[in-house]
Design a binder for this molecule. Sequence first.
Ligand SMILES: Nc1ncnc2c1ncn2[C@@H]1O[C@H](COP(=O)(O)OP(=O)(O)OP(=O)(O)O)[C@@H](O)[C@H]1O
Ligand SMILES: [Mg+2]
Length: 140
Amino acid sequence: MFDKILLAVDGSDHALRAAKQAAELARSIKPSEIHVVVAYEPIPIYLGEPNMQIAITSRKGDAEKILETAITEVGEVPCNIHSGILEGNPAEAILEVANTSQCDLIVMGSRGLGRLAGLLLGSTSQKVVAHAPCPVLIVR
Ligand SMILES: Nc1ncnc2c1ncn2[C@@H]1O[C@H](COP(=O)(O)OP(=O)(O)OP(=O)(O)O)[C@@H](O)[C@H]1O
Ligand SMILES: [Mg+2]
């Protein structure tokens, strides 16, 4: 049923809880794959070179650390784990991967690194829930 699980992470505690839930789910339903992704916003072109390359390298480095931490949180699962760094608006990037790689389930946190306290759902989760091509598991 949920053969390909897309786990979206941003380095927040909520996303780590989502990673834990995705792993528990995978241990019980044994999907073929968990695809862990993190997106970073495009670097504005007006920065010019070499600043643009420096900014891209730094964001990719941050993204790699976020993925590593999330994969550690997932731990042992009876399926393949793939990871990917996406460039673009996070919700749009998550939706594009969900569509192109035909994911059966998206797992993500209800909130992320945003600072607006009191929001029940962050803007990334809201947009993904509204447009996802498959079920979405929102983890609190
Ligand atoms: N850049 C990202 N890459 C991958 N997943 C993300 C990214 N940003 C958020 N997510 C996923 O979406 C979940 C909810 O984050 P969201 O951005 O919606 O909330 P927020 O940061 O609190 O609010 P906002 O971004 O609207 O200020 C996160 O727990 C994570 O699972
Ligand atoms: Mg956010």
